[in-house]
Structures are given as structure tokens and as C-alpha cells.
Ligand binder design. Structure first.
Ligand code: NDP
Length: 309
């Protein structure tokens, strides 16, 4: 019985070492090395090359080493009917929360605009805004959205959220499903997308949605590039309806050099690095799930196959 790690970045050895540090007798391989394919029971994956999961006749579990699983569903050659698990981790949630707070404060206190002025040698005070005057609306109140919501309440923001099912979070006004969407949007001044990318949420950040936000709203997408209709965001920024956007994720990553986001003065960009799995923090739940798989017990953080998240 063995685990194979499949990912296209330079982190395979990092993950292998972290797994072996916590369980030295583990049989674990990089998909790039010679390995016995029939012994593989679990694939630990992150944006694997399409087709790579089809090579394992005895595979029983596909484990995402991050919170998202959209890339697994997008791979049509991945074996169907296998359970998929994902990462739910306090450190990942905290890192995301800190990132979003930084983007919001940068906007409210004009740090993004001062940075541009600095490069031009311009000394110009710009009226700042106060946290207590703003309502942040979070789309998605799962592992990440819920943590962010609670943290923002502590910072004195007015906070509301929207999810598929009803939620109770102290200090947070919660809206549910389609019927709650309009009420959520019309009172949200800073919108944060923390939805999973599924058929139901693809392209959800579009012109129709932006128009339902109050004039001057700010939009933060830290979920997936596929949630956003790029042209609609540009149009609503350029016509002055939206005051700005903070983007961490894009349709194509790295974002092509010619994309208009790069040079847009109302867009704060980061390179899909809001929050990444810390191996030491995440490895225990990966090993726990491997153990559960081998023992036939129920798995942690299993994805709902019908919903795609
Ligand atoms: P969860 O699965 O824990 O939470 C998803 C939330 O979205 C749930 O509250 C769910 O509702 C809600 N939701 C899903 N579909 C809909 C819908 N159609 N309408 C309304 N609400 C919906 O995910 P996480 O919080 O762990 O992660 C969210 C996403 O963040 C990931 O999928 C990933 O894409 C992204 N991410 C980005 C990172 C980055 O660095 N930029 C890092 C990590 C994650 P309900 O609770 O009712 O099911």
C-alpha cells in the first residue's frame, strides 16, 4: 500500500519529507520517479497533469492537498466514483483571513493609491475611511468564510454572509440561497468571494451581480478565477460604479502579461498566494485519512460529489 504525490510545482519533495517526518515507515512516491503503480491506494494531488490519475488500477482515494477540488472535477480522465477529500485547516483559514483584512485595509486607508503616488513623487492626502462605516459581505461561509467573518466582527466591521444553507455565526447576519441573494448584495459595500468553483458558481461575479451592490462597492476575489467575468469587472470599474477590486486568482495563472488587470489602477493584484497549505499543519489530517482508508473507516473532509465541493 502506498501514496503517490502528483503536482506540477516544485513542492513534491517538501510534501514527501513532511509525510515521512511524521510517519517514517510510510511508502510514498513522487509520480515522477519509478514506482509500483499497482501499490498506490491514495493520490495526494494539487493541479496534477491531466491523465496522471488514470494510471493507478488500485487507487481508492484522491486527496487534494489544498482546500479546493475544482481541478479534480475538471480532469475528465480522473477515475469516477472514488472519494475525494480536501484540506480543512485552521492555519489555512487564518492566513486567508489575514490576507483579506490586509486588502480591505489597504483600500479603506488608500495604501494602494499612495503607493502609486509615491512612484510619481506625488504628496497628496486622500480622505480615509473607517472600518465601522463598512459592511463586508462574504459569499461562502465554509471553513474559510466563517473564520474571516468572525475575525472581521472582532475588528468592528459590520459583517454578513451568504451560503447554500443556514448558518449561525455570532455577530454575522446570514443570508441563504437564491432567495437571500438580493438582500445580501444590496447592503454589501465590500464583497468577498470565498465560494468553491462549481457549475453553480462559475461566472457568478458578473455585471448583473455588481449592479446589485451599492454604488462604490469594492470586490475581492480570493476563491477562483472562474468565478469572475473579467470584462464585466473592467466595465464596472471603468464606468465608476465599483471603487476597486482585490484579486488573487485568475482564469489563467500566471496572468498573461497583456491582460488589462496588470495596469489597472483600481485593481490590487496578488499572485494566487492568499493562503497556501502549510505541510506541517496539514500532514496529520492526510495521514489520518490514509489510515482511515486502509481501515475502512469514514474519511475526514470528504467532498460532496453531487455538489462538487
Ligand atoms: P467550503 O467548502 O468549506 O465552503 C464553501 C461555502 O460556499 C459553503 O458555505 C457553501 O455553503 C457555500 N456555497 C457553495 N456553493 C454555493 C452556492 N451555489 N450558493 C451559495 N453558497 C454556496 O470551502 P472553503 O471555505 O474551505 O474554501 C472556499 C474556496 O476558497 C475553495 O474552494 C478555494 O477555491 C478557495 N481558496 C483559495 C485560496 C487562495 O489562496 N486564493 C486558498 C484556499 C482556498 P454551505 O455551507 O451551505 O454548503
Amino acid at each position: 500500500m502506498a501514496i503517490v504525490i502528483i503536482r506540477q510545482d516544485d513542492k513534491i519533495e517538501l510534501w514527501k519529507k513532511a509525510l515521512l517526518a511524521q510517519q517514517p515507515d510510510l511508502e510514498v512516491y513522487s509520480y515522477l520517479e519509478e514506482h509500483p503503480k499497482e501499490r498506490i491506494k491514495m493520490a495526494l494531488v494539487w493541479k496534477h497533469p491531466e491523465g496522471a490519475l488514470a494510471n493507478y488500477p488500485n487507487l481508492k482515494l484522491i486527496a487534494s492537498s489544498g482546500a479546493g477540488v475544482d481541478f479534480i472535477f475538471e480532469d475528465e480522465t480522473a477515475p469516477k466514483n472514488l472519494p475525494i477529500t480536501r484540506v480543512v485547516d485552521d492555519m489555512l483559514a487564518k492566513d486567508m483571513s489575514e490576507h483579506v483584512l490586509a486588502v480591505i485595509l489597504s483600500h479603506l486607508k488608500n495604501l494602494d493609491r499612495y503607493r502609486v503616488n509615491q512612484t510619481k513623487g506625488i504628496w497628496k492626502p486622500i480622505q480615509y475611511r473607517r472600518i465601522s462605516d463598512f459592511t463586508v459581505g462574504i459569499m461562502g461561509l465554509g471553513a474559510l468564510g466563517r473564520e474571516l467573518a468572525s475575525d472581521l466582527v472582532k475588528y468592528d466591521f459590520k459583517v454578513q454572509g451568504w451560503a447554500n444553507s443556514k448558518k449561525e455565526i455570532e455577530g454575522v447576519k446570514c443570508f441563504v440561497g437564491e432567495s437571500g441573494f438580493q438582500g445580501f448584495l444590496e447592503t454589501t459595500q465590500i464583497l468577498v468571494c470565498l465560494l468553491p468553483l462549481t457549475d453553480a458558481t462559475s461566472g457568478i461575479l458578473n455585471k448583473n451581480l455588481f449592479k446589485q451592490l451599492p454604488n462604490g462597492a469594492f470586490v475581492i476575489n480570493v476563491a477562483r478565477g472562474g468565478h469572475l467575468v473579467d470584462e464585466d469587472l473592467l466595465e464596472m470599474l471603468n464606468n465608476g460604479y465599483l471603487s476597486g477590486a482585490g484579486l488573487d486568482v485568475y482564469h489563467q495563472e500566471p496572468l498573461p502579461k497583456e491582460h488589462p488587470f496588470w495596469s489597472h489602477e483600481k485593481i490590487q493584484m496578488t499572485p494566487h498566494y492568499a493562503s497556501v497549505s502549510d505541510t506541517n499543519s496539514v500532514v496529520p489530517q492526510i495521514l489520518e485519512n490514509y489510515d482511515r482508508l486502509l481501515n475502512g473507516s469514514s474519511l475526514l473532509n470528504e467532498v460532496m460529489m453531487d455538489k462538487g465541493y
